[in-house]
Design a binder for this molecule. Structure first.
Ligand code: ATP
Ligand code: MG
Length: 507
């Protein structure tokens, strides 16, 4: 390995520590990534300097966590051609020993050690337990630096063999920190090529995977946030479906999303070749988006099916599984402590994934109502979920023409009013011209106007809206609310009925 793979700011931190008489090595995930030819996500250094000595050595540094990791701020740097992947903090951690984990979440206390091998031995997987020693330049020009690889647990050999293996006894290591089981599956999903069962693909070492099966139930001791972070990485990885399937076969999924397991072995109807769980997994696999929320929605879009199944065989139905699934999705994501913004988007996508669209049959007004319900900004993602759904259903082939046509319709109606903001008159017109008081009634009048304009955008003219508002303003607020609700809800029901009747045996 040529030392030029190590960015200059990282070399500078190493040199600074060494000039003070400490030892310092590049370590962890970045070494693994370099050996794999991947761009490191972050740069970690391990040292025998104690945290306060590290802080003293770098004026611009701070404590990152309670375990003695110090963040050293450096000039921002990035790999050539990747300005989007900028680094400006290097994490420096003092050699640590494995200490006891009585709550199975985090070490009771951190104990420092003086020996690099001991520090490497507490790391999770052999490929994450490799250190680089960068020799100092013999001359100030820096010409003769060299890199030595320190690899006491044979991580390089495991990388060559594409093997994820714990450092030491897997049962003991998962007993200390159950999150490592999730990390094993995450690395598997990131490294394993999808759909190839050849010997030349990443696997988890047999005793390691057996230990996960045996200890899967320990995951309940791990904080939901840590589980969520690894789970999200599985979902956005290059091989999310095999990742989720491994979570299931090892028993880990049972602690994360048991609702998905309810679809195992549950058949569908004539629209589907696959069982429910399999179909959810394939939808995730074929999801055309790399965004976390769209992928989560693809995985969860039919999570409501097992609970709504009626009848058996080709004619079974799943009425309302979209709305039931949306409620379940909300509960699942809340439980995993996802931020509200993600929960809302995924729930919205699941709730609306059955939108009806057939070229020539669907009116512009119903496309406008769909946009009003979903939001123009979410339409592309909703279509991605739909593509995932179709590609994952196995029969019949995806119908890109229909979706291209829908895109065209969306473009066509996207300047039509679908929110009160887009009406040709606003609240101030109603106040100034008609003397309506600011307040709930004014909002109700605007809602009625909008509901009518969604049905027919040619009504969106200032004068006719003002005239209509004048007559509406004579009605009481409850009548107005009822009127707006009727138009929108009635139409929504009509759209829903469309969905149900076209898929007589509901999808
Ligand atoms: P990435 O940065 O791509 O997420 P990583 O392996 O660097 O992957 P980090 O969470 O940054 O993951 O951890 C840095 C290093 O710390 C790991 O490579 C590993 O050596 C060690 N490590 C992290 N988490 C654990 C753990 N739960 N148990 C033991 N060692 C761990
Ligand atoms: Mg890392």
């Amino acid at each position: 390995m040529d030392y030029s793979v190590i960015p200059v700011p990282v070399l500078t931190v190493l040199d600074t520590l060494k000039n003070k008489g400490f030892r310092a090595h590049v370590v962890g995930g970045c070494v693994r990534d370099l050996l794999l030819g991947r761009e490191p996500k972050d740069w970690d250094i391990t040292t025998d300097a104690k945290p306060d000595q590290v802080l003293e050595s770098f004026p611009d540094s701070f404590y990152e966590n309670d375990f003695g990791t110090v963040g050293v701020k450096v000039e921002p740097f990035h790999k050539e051609g990747r300005p989007d992947r900028e680094h400006d903090v290097i994490e420096v951690t003092t050699y640590r020993a494995e200490s006891s984990y009585s709550d199975r979440r985090r070490p009771d206390q951190v104990s420092f050690v003086s020996n690099l091998t001991e520090d490497l031995s507490r790391r999770d997987f052999t490929m994450n337990a490799i250190a680089l020693e960068v020799t100092e330049p013999a001359s100030p020009s820096g010409a003769s630096r060299e890199i030595d690889i320190i690899d006491p647990f044979h991580g390089q050999e495991d990388i060559r063999q594409k093997m994820i293996r714990t450092v030491g006894n897997p049962e003991q290591r998962f007993g200390e920190d159950a999150l490592r089981m999730m990390r094993a599956v995450r690395l598997y999903a990131e490294l394993r090529e999808p759909g190839t069962d050849t010997a030349d693909n990443w696997v988890i070492d047999y005793p390691t995977v057996q230990a996960i099966r045996k200890h899967a139930q320990l995951l309940c001791h791990v904080s939901r946030e840590r589980i969520r972070d690894e789970f999200s990485r599985i979902i956005v990885s290059g091989n999310p479906s095999e990742g989720v399937e491994l979570l299931r076969t090892t028993g880990l999924l049972h602690d994360i999303i048991p609702e998905l397991e309810d679809g195992v072995g549950i058949g569908q109807n004539l629209h589907h070749k696959y069982e429910i769980y399999e179909h959810n997994l394939l939808a995730l696999r074929y999801c055309p988006s790399t965004k976390l929320d769209v992928r989560l929605a693809s995985l969860l879009h039919d999570v409501g099916k097992p609970r709504t199944k009626r009848g058996e065989g080709y004619r079974s139905t799943f009425y309302n599984h979209d709305h039931v699934g949306a409620r379940m999705t909300k509960d699942i994501l809340r439980r995993l402590r996802y931020p509200v913004s993600i929960i809302e988007r995924v729930t919205l996508l699941v709730d609306n994934h059955l939108f009806y669209y057939n070229v020539g049959e669907v009116t512009e007004a119903s496309v406008r109502r769909l946009i009003k319900r979903v939001g123009l900004e979410n339409m592309r993602d909703l279509m991605a979920v739909r593509i995932a759904d179709r590609l994952g259903s196995g029969v019949p082939k995806a119908k890109p023409y229909k979706l291209r046509h829908l895109e065209y319709m969306i473009d066509k109606v996207s300047n039509d009013p679908v929110s009160v903001k887009m009406l040709a008159i606003g609240g101030s017109d109603l106040m100034n011209d008609l003397g309506i008081e600011p307040g709930p009634k004014l909002g109700a009048v605007l809602d009625v106007l909008l509901s009518e304009v969604i049905g027919d955008p040619s009504l969106n003219l200032r004068d006719s809206l003002l005239a209509r508002a004048k007559s509406l303003s004579k009605e009481d607020i409850d009548t107005l609310r009822e009127r707006a609700r009727e138009v929108i809800e009635e139409k929504k029901e009509e759209d829903d009925r469309d969905i149900r009747s076209r898929h007589r045996v509901a999808k």
